[in-house]
Ligand binder design. Structure first.
Ligand code: GRF
Length: 216
């Protein structure tokens, strides 16, 4: 079967993009990145894509008079490249309902918390302020409400004594790089589909590992 064509939307560093690039480099990975779009010029993510020989495009939202025309330009580029799955990877623009509906169940996002907890920005700071013991990250299908949508994959990270937003961000990011390619693989293999607004469980291994924090 042909590889699933991915379009990755970024606004910055692109470390999750890099994780997807690395995953796609494996011969048996069922997806390929056909296009990377950034709404900001000169970001590190664009550099990463170019180094991997992937076509890049800068679509700067400032050059459009409306959110809708900005998104039309994105849709048109994605259609030209026959993209089947859009991966948001640190893309810092909110998407309109009409864009999300155009690409319904074909857009996924990664968020650095265990959704539905801690939607929005400054996640790690808020996690620390709330005193939670376990945080993590989530890959989910995108809906028009921010950080909402059927969950595909999650990973948990214990919050440690002396953690700062930066130290937590680093540990969570590390595991983001594992679950984003995993989620893409599950979709490409037809194992992660939306049904009644959830993604039914895929059993990869027995779900018997319990994370307790602090460890007992
Ligand atoms: C990641 O923490 C991701 O979860 C969030 O934005 C950050 C992007 O980082 N949505 P990078 O650009 O992939 O390095």
């Amino acid at each position: 079967m042909a590889d699933l064509k991915l379009g990755v939307l970024i606004s910055g560093r692109g470390s999750n993009l890099q994780a997807l690039i690395d995953a796609c480099a494996a011969a048996d990975f069922p997806a390929e990145i056909s296009l990377v779009i950034s709404n900001v010029a000169d970001v590190q993510g664009l550099e990463r894509a170019r180094e991997a020989g992937i076509q890049t495009l800068v679509i700067d939202h400032n050059e459009f008079t409306s959110r809708v025309s900005f998104e039309e330009a994105i849709t048109s580029a994605l259609e030209t490249h026959e993209i089947r799955l859009i991966c948001l990877a640190g893309f810092m623009r909110l998407l309109t309902r009409s864009f999300v509906e155009r690409w319904r169940d074909q857009i996924i996002n990664i968020h650095p918390s265990l959704l539905p907890a801690f939607k929005g920005l400054h996640t790690h700071e808020r996690v620390l302020n709330a005193g939670v013991r376990i945080t993590g990250c989530t890959v989910h299908f995108v809906r028009s409400e921010m950080d909402e949508g059927p969950i595909i994959a999650q990973a948990a990270v214990p919050v440690g004594d002396g953690d700062t937003p930066d130290s937590l961000a680093e540990r969570v990011l590390h595991i983001e790089h594992r679950i984003y390619p995993l989620a893409v693989r599950l979709i490409a293999e037809g194992k992660a589909r939306v049904a009644s607004e959830v993604v039914p469980y895929v059993v990869l291994q027995a779900p018997d590992a319990t994370l307790v924090s602090p460890a007992d």
